[in-house]
Design a protein around this ligand. Sequence first.
Ligand code: NAD
Length: 373
Amino acid sequence: MKIAVLKERAAGETRVAATPETVKKFIALGNEFAVEKGAGLSASIPDEAFAEAGATIGTAAASVKGADIVLGIQAPDVTKLKGAASGAWVAALYDPFQNGDLLSAYAKAGFEALSMEFMPRITRAQSMDVLSSQSNLAGYKAVLASADTYGRAFPMMMTAAGTVQAARAFIMGVGVAGLQAIATARRLGAQVSATDVRSATKEQIESLGAKPIFVESVAGIEGEGSGGYATEMSEEYQKAQAELVSSHIAKQDIVITTALIPGRAAPVLITDAQIASMKPGSVIYDLAVAQGGNVEGSKPDEIVEKHGVKIIGYANTPAHLATDASALFARNHYNFLSAFWDKEAGKPELDDEIGDAVRLTKGGEVVNERLKG
Ligand code: NAD
């Protein structure tokens, strides 16, 4: 099989879908590997490192020519895949609910689009899950970016010139990103509290040494929720949550929001009136800003100042940690394909559980059940 990796072309994308480590491993499985010239530069991986690992370096067209599998971070435009083998697999992020035109183009060109964000949340797929690997880094970076923007310190400091108070940080949404945000804010010395709609997160918050802030009057989601994901909450819950947040948020210096609902716009968790109740100089980092935002008025890649509060959020937070984000994403790709490698056939054969979950297009059609219904 020929496997190809192209330079990412989306604005602000710095990651690359393979590293010298994964190139070596794919070659050890009996494959040929092609990398577009300069594909790794923004992630600090020079062409020579890919070449030393055994990859052929060339133009986009030469790399993709005859490729059976193309690996990407964000799915490339179909015009960049011209010359790939008929029915080639393209494993990448598709943002499938928002990208109907792209999927139609992939179907029409006869490619099999494999959506890495549709990887099922089952134990054996954990090492293939790009949402987890990237969210973890994003949670970390959100805290660092907030600390950098905040005009005060995170830890309490007793100095000869007087005491510096510890920052209070509040994490809203305790999935993979939120857990890492709690851990990072604690390491920096903040007093941390956190909330979620899934009751299973309460214990996780406590185990990281933070304080859980939960709606008690209306039931949230017991346990982990379907596949670990949250759903849209009832109006009654939303009202109770808004009241709870209003009383808590006014005392916070740093708020990190991470709440997402698959296939829907992110829920708005912080309104303009709540922002107005915060102290001037406070910082909010909206990790959901690219999915519509958890914070009223947040804008991707902009510092919006409202009522003296700075609201920030990168459009693509993992891209701000390009080297580690690429390394983990590339391993997710390798773990995914190698788990299904049929040594005799010399190619991967996906099983139904994972194959049907991630496959978006095949045989000229959009085939994924989540997109149909
Ligand atoms: P996510 O990115 O979909 O959402 C982030 C968090 O926001 C979630 O915890 C969610 O409950 C919360 N949220 C949604 N709406 C909210 C609201 N209105 N108010 C407050 N919080 C809200 O979630 P995620 O980070 O991908 O992880 C969710 C769960 O799935 C976790 O328990 C994680 O451990 C689990 N998981 C399992 C696997 C696996 O087994 N392979 C892989 C990844 C994640």
